[in-house]
Each structure stands twice: as C-alpha cells, then as structure tokens.
Design a protein around this ligand. Structure first.
Ligand code: ZN
Length: 280
C-alpha cells in the first residue's frame, strides 16, 4: 500500500473547546514521508509542531502538543479522522493554538477530508507493528492499555464510569467497522456535575450543548434534551480519542490494542512507553 496525501486543500473554522478562541485551520497536501505536521501561522512562517507522541506535554481533558514552546491543543479528533481515512502526509495550518471542536465529533473532519479527496503517493506506507504482548497501567486511575501482535488494527475499549447513565460500556474498531458512520459521529461528553470544576481549571471555555453531550446523572437525563446517537456513545468517543492519540505513533499502528478506562494521559504515556521499549 502506498502513502497518501490530500488531493486538494480543505479548511475548517470554529472555536477551540478549552481555550474558546476562534480558529481557522487549513489542511494542505504534503510530500512523501512528511507525516502529520501543524504550522502555527499566527506566530510566523516557520513555526511547526509535529504530531508525534514525544511532543505531548499536557493531557488534561485533551491532548496538548508542544514543540520549542509552541502549543497545539486538542488535535485528537482530527488525528483520528486523518489516520482512519488513510492520510499519511498533511500540513495543517492553524491561526491559533487549538484545533476547532466543531460539533464535538470527528464527522465534520471526515466529510471535509472526503470532499478534498485522497491522492496516492510514490513511497510505500510504513507501519508501527506491535512486536509482542505488553501492558501499561496507570495505578492512579486503574486504567490499562494492552497491545498484542495482529495482522490488522483492532481496538477494543471498555469504559467504567461511576455513573448510572454510563457505567460499563464497550466499543470495538476493526476492519469490519465503518469509521465514518460508526465511530466518527460520537461526540465529546462530560458529566454535568464536573462542569463547575472544569470551568474553575480554565477548561471548556468553548464548550456548549452544540459540541458536547452533557450527562446529568442526578436528573437521569442529557442536558438540553439532547439524546445519544448510540447507546454506547461515550465508549465510542473514548475509542475515537484513543485512535487520535495513537496516531501520534507517527505511523499507522498495526496490532491489537485493548484499553480499559482509556484517557489522554494513559493513552499517550502507554504509547511513549511502547515506543521507548521497542514494543511497537
Ligand atoms: Zn474527544
């Protein structure tokens, strides 16, 4: 299989989920072996941040990349869409620090990328192949990421929330699952009871009922009368986030990933560990 880039450019604009700032983002075709690279055009012509896991600096409710002191926040939904649609090489020009949240899912990215189209390149696609069984656990949260060799990418996610409305849910991604219709539409979610604390931490300034599913356990309903698109939408969204975080491997991952209580912190720390230990 050859590497792919975009056939034409495409752009997205909206607000960042956490910073709340307006941002315009343009995706441009890039040469073979270029990878996924962000450019902060608001800071000059030569300000680049590569989408690789050793640039991960912050993981509080989203993934944050920093290169030479320059940040790119919340790239995970875009990265998941790029990886699952098979975009290997792309330059992403941003005029602010945070990728737009749009409707809180990856669906607008899938639609925009499909409209731009894909172009096959000359170089063969390379993979990060899982070489042996390994596990990474976060004792603080009880989260656990396991990898095993497999000839294709399979991701199996279990969430376990102390929430009567969510509780334990599972979601799976493999070659039989259509990312665009089954995973990409799942939206960012949070619990009503944690909104005040998130605001206190200066997070979710761009959050609204238009880009997040707000779960109100006490009243046993979704805020604003919203309804989930799938009965396990939170698990599907955590799967989407994990696909985006593992896109930071720099190359597509080939193997089985099993995640219990995944989150940006454990996802990226596990990925760093697996790469450092030459497990993938
Ligand atoms: Zn997310």
């Amino acid at each position: 299989m050859k590497q792919q880039t975009l056939r034409s450019s495409c752009s997205f604009s909206g607000v960042g989920l956490h910073g709340g700032r307006k941002v315009t983002m343009q995706l441009l075709p890039a040469p073979d072996d270029y990878g996924i690279v962000f450019q902060r055009t608001d800071l000059g012509d030569e300000v680049f941040v590569r989408a690789v896991v050793d640039r991960v600096a912050k993981t509080r409710r989203s993934t944050g990349l920093v290169e030479n002191g320059i940040a790119v926040r919340t790239p995970e939904h875009l990265l998941a869409a790029l990886r699952c649609l098979g975009v290997d090489n792309v330059l992403i020009r941003l005029d602010a620090a945070e990728v737009p949240i749009l409707d809180g899912s990856a669906l607008p990215y899938v639609e925009g990328l499909r409209e731009a189209g894909l172009a096959e390149q000359r170089a063969e696609r390379r993979y990060r192949v899982v070489k042996r069984h390994a596990e990474y656990a976060d004792p603080r949260s009880g989260a656990r990421i396991t990898v095993d060799p497999c000839s294709e990418l399979i991701v199996d996610v279990t969430v376990d929330f102390k929430s009567p409305m969510v509780g334990v849910q599972k979601a799976v991604y493999d070659a039989t699952v259509d990312f665009a219709s089954q995973i990409a539409p799942s939206r960012t979610f949070c619990f009503y009871r944690e909104i005040a604390l998130l605001r206190l931490f200066g997070l979710i300034k761009g959050g609204s009922l238009d880009n997040a599913l707000v779960i109100d356990d006490r009243r046993r309903r979704y805020a604003g009368g919203r309804q989930p698109l799938f009965e396990n939408e939170p698990a599907r969204h955590k799967l989407l986030d994990l696909l985006g975080d593992f896109a930071l491997a720099g190359l597509p991952v080939q193997g089985r990933i099993t995640a219990y209580k995944p989150g940006h912190r454990v996802n990226t720390q596990a990925l760093k560990h697996f790469i450092a230990e030459s497990i993938l």
